[in-house]
Design a protein around this ligand. Structure first.
Ligand SMILES: CC(C)(COP(=O)(O)OP(=O)(O)OC[C@H]1O[C@@H](n2cnc3c(N)ncnc32)[C@H](O)[C@@H]1OP(=O)(O)O)[C@@H](O)C(=O)NCCC(=O)NCCS
Length: 182
């Protein structure tokens, strides 16, 4: 019998669930966003149909991988895909820690959504990965909204990392935020 797709409920309107092939159009629409590009490290610009196809192949393969799903879509009950959140599923000597990353589509920002998603996802990671004691998130220093989201979700600022990233030939400062298992 086919198992139901896994999901992580966040609130009455939002769940985290696996990405689906039907998400392609929304990925292309939402990830072609200069603000999102400026605040993330790995999202290409422009974000093309090929980028979306490659992403969907990668997340499909994750569903049966030993570590399970590392990348979850954020889905709204009316609007469908509105963002993404994920971790690296680190193992071995790094199995006690992991790093999260996330994005939210422009029309849905500033409503407290990502704070709730990060809170719930962090809680879920600690519940489902008993060895995990530390979850961290690196934020560009020019992204105070993301730092604030993490702070509201229980992360603490641990350090200011000068010229930690090199993006498009420019060195960028970063902020290290982390949450330790209570
Ligand atoms: C950053 C991002 C995830 C925030 O999601 P969101 O759902 O809009 O965040 P929330 O509404 O939960 O909270 C945002 C908080 O940041 C604050 N904020 C927004 N702009 C800010 C600014 N320029 N300076 C300081 N705080 C700011 C808001 O006031 C709010 O805090 P408050 O509730 O104390 O008032 C979203 O804007 C996004 O996806 N941006 C593009 C991609 C990105 O930055 N990803 C994260 C990479 S680390």
């Amino acid at each position: 019998m086919q198992q139901p797709a896994p999901q992580i409920p966040v609130n009455q309107s939002i769940i985290l669930a696996p990405f689906q092939p039907e998400d392609k159009a929304a990925l292309i629409r939402y990830l072609n966003d200069p603000v999102l590009y400026a605040n993330t490290l790995k999202v290409p610009s422009p974000y093309t149909a090929i980028d979306a196809d490659e992403w969907l192949v990668r997340v499909e393969a994750e569903k049966d991988a030993p570590g399970g799903i590392a990348n979850w879509s954020i889905r709204h009950h009316e609007h469908g895909l509105i963002g993404g959140i994920g971790c690296f599923l680190k193992t071995g000597l790094e199995g006690h820690l992991d790093e999260i990353g996330y994005w939210l589509a422009e029309p849905f920002r500033g409503k407290g959504i990502m704070t709730e998603v990060v809170q719930r996802y962090t809680q879920w990671l600690f519940e489902h990965r008993p060895h995990l004691v530390r979850i961290e998130a690196g934020v560009f220093a020019h992204n105070p909204a993301s730092e604030r989201v993490l702070e509201k979700a229980g992360f603490q600022r641990e350090g200011y990392l000068r010229k930690i990233h090199l993006k498009n030939g420019v060195y960028l400062d970063g902020v290290m935020m982390a949450c330790i298992r209570c």
